[in-house]
Ligand binder design. Structure first.
Ligand code: CA
Length: 335
């Protein structure tokens, strides 16, 4: 019979490098150097591999995907703190992990991924939570627990929209090629503000067909340059359709035509920050606008919009001189 083993990891005599003992006990498993290397390598690879189209188009995975940064950077931070030249040195481990997180975002575009400040901020959430854990469990400082809890609370704040987005995206798959008619509360979760407009979904007695219906009402004005609304999580393949159509009107006393814009992004253009753009006008009566999709050139003129791999629709007011209130209804693709 084996003697019962101490489940607490002992002081790190088995490690040869570094005089500093991690205050947070090293899991026994990590005594195996190959495992440390394997976990670290896996994480590095995950930051740079191409995300399969099925995953990035999946409403749940694409919404949760960013949050992987939190967990992965927390693990990187722990690995650096537990083993290697920074072993036991909390603040040097923090500095190295922050630097690594920044480098990942800088290098990612060369691997066909998108470097984003948002991802780096999520890295900081993971690192900060880990610092809290080490201060709390390792150094027995209660403020470590506070730091960890407060940091982790920012995650539900980012995730509260996810169930609505997932439900809305699944519903849109059924109504497609109608992208939005605003008649079901679920699709309201899918629209996001661009710049800082006021956005409501409201019932009007005089919709595009003359009768009552629910529409999306947006108001934006100075000092915002591109106040508008954007939509993701729709079915990505528009290649069978000729145009994107929508009903639009402006709520104002005048009869001026208000210049408006639509920006369409395909997935391949994201990392180069290129997109297709079209202009249209709106006035105080409902009318149907159609944006022809074929031959719509990207902003750098390198190619046309890839309608088989669409990622984003953005309606906006280009540098409005005053506040404008406008309404949309029946956003749909037509053949
Ligand atoms: Ca409607």
């Amino acid at each position: 019979m084996n003697k019962p083993r101490d489940t607490q990891p002992g002081p790190g005599r088995r490690f040869s490098w570094g005089r500093h003992e991690p205050a947070l006990a090293v899991p026994r498993l990590l005594a195996a150097r190959w495992l440390w290397l394997a976990i670290m390598t896996t994480i590095v690879v995950l930051f740079f591999v191409h995300i399969p189209a099925a995953a990035r188009r999946h409403p749940l995975l694409s919404s949760l995907g960013d949050q992987f940064h939190v967990g992965m950077m927390a693990v990187v931070m722990l690995l650096l703190y537990w083993r290697g030249p920074l072993r036991g040195r909390l603040w040097l481990s923090v500095a190295a992990t922050v630097l690594a997180g920044a480098l990942v975002e800088i290098v990612q575009p060369y691997f066909g991924r998108t470097g984003q400040v948002k991802d780096f901020l999520l890295d900081l959430v993971g690192i900060s939570a880990t610092v809290g854990l080490i201060l709390w469990r390792g150094h027995h400082r209660r403020r470590g627990l506070v730091l960890m809890v407060v940091t982790l609370l920012s995650i539900p704040a980012q995730l509260y929209r996810v169930p609505g987005i997932v439900a809305g995206a699944y519903r849109m798959q059924k109504t497609f090629p109608v992208v939005a008619d605003f008649e079901n509360g679920l699709e309201h979760w899918l629209w996001e503000k661009n710049s800082n407009p006021n956005l409501v979904f409201t019932h009007v007695p005089d919709g595009p067909a003359g009768g009552p219906t629910t529409v999306m009402r947006v108001s934006g004005g100075p000092p915002d340059h591109w106040p508008g609304v954007k939509l993701r999580h729709f079915p990505h393949d528009w290649s069978g359709y000729r145009a994107l159509a929508f009903d639009v009107r402006v709520l104002s006393s005048g009869t001026d035509t208000i210049p408006m814009g639509i920006r369409l992004e395909d997935y391949p253009g994201k990392r180069k920050n290129i997109y297709a753009r079209a202009s249209f006008g709106a006035w105080d009566k409902w009318h149907t606008e159609q944006v022809e999709l074929s031959g719509l050139a990207m902003s750098d003129k390198s190619r046309n919009l890839d309608t088989a791999d669409m990622d984003l629709i953005l309606f906006y007011l280009p540098r409005p001189p005053r506040t404008v209130v406008y309404e949309f209804d029946n956003v749909r693709l037509i053949k």
